[in-house]
Design a protein around this ligand. Sequence first.
Ligand SMILES: [Zn+2]
Ligand SMILES: [Zn+2]
Ligand SMILES: [Zn+2]
Length: 339
Amino acid sequence: MSNRASRTRSPIGSSRADRAVRALPAILLAAWCAGCAGGAPSPAAPDEGPYVLVLGTAQDGGLPHVACTCVRCEAARRNPALRRRVASLALIVPATGRRYLIDATPDIREQIDALPAVGSHPRGSVDRAPVDGVLLTHAHAGHILGLALFGFEAVHTRHLPVYATPRLSGYLRTNGPWARMVAREEIDLRETAYGASVPLDHGVRVIPLAVPHRDEDSDTVGYRIEGPRRTLLYVPDTDGWSAWDPPLTRALEGCDVALLDGTFGSADELPGRDVSKIGHPLIGDTMRLLEEPVRSKRVAVYFTHLNHSNDTVDPKSAAAERVRAAGFAIAAEGQRFPL
Ligand SMILES: [Zn+2]
Ligand SMILES: [Zn+2]
Ligand SMILES: [Zn+2]
């Protein structure tokens, strides 16, 4: 049985894999430091293994949140270091020079600028193929609006693969501006199925998992991202974990790292609204649910998709400190997770 098969069936074994994962926090911290040096994106060496790059960690409205003048958003307008781009990941495969996006956000211009220089891309002109594919989680604004910039008015790609469930594909095929992009062959829709592996490149594959969420225009998926050495689960947007069947703990089996919905930190953080009715798990609920696997270092859990009202968006806050003290972490732009 391959390493992959044994790892998928049982979370973390008791041998070499176990020791490797116990060393994971140190590896991840080193990776994080390498990725967060600031300035221009650091190039990836061609012999470097595939990895996930965090391109954004904010809820759909961003930070500063669109049209919000709360103290935190105003501070982020004054100080770019406090800003957070909308939640998105890149999958980078230095050996083949390929770059994939998970979700296409309203911050896509800066997020494409933040991609490492792997592969051959033209200099001095518009790159008509800046990425090799886009994997969508669902149709909410923060997750698909950026796709429009691959169209005629901006990048004008040719046959850019866009991976989406049949329902989301149907929505894109029948609603502008996406429908025109399909007709112009700027994007090619590749329909995915829950639980069915999508081989991407060089031993990297993704598996869409059904996620309960407010499914108005499309259904919602998270992605299990499997590389030659490690597996990462990405679920930026979900209803509370009690709605998951099978449960989250099952989805985490065999995963070394999880980037999970951390939209809200407390039930009363939005004035006049009970956030428990909006339908996201509170960070504290997730920490309670995953206390044991995190404490025993079976999985490293990072929160992402943070709302501007969530105190953990400030790494210096007491809320962020409580998350770290419990062995969890807040995802950061530029962070890299080797696969
Ligand atoms: Zn969202
Ligand atoms: Zn705000
Ligand atoms: Zn959503």
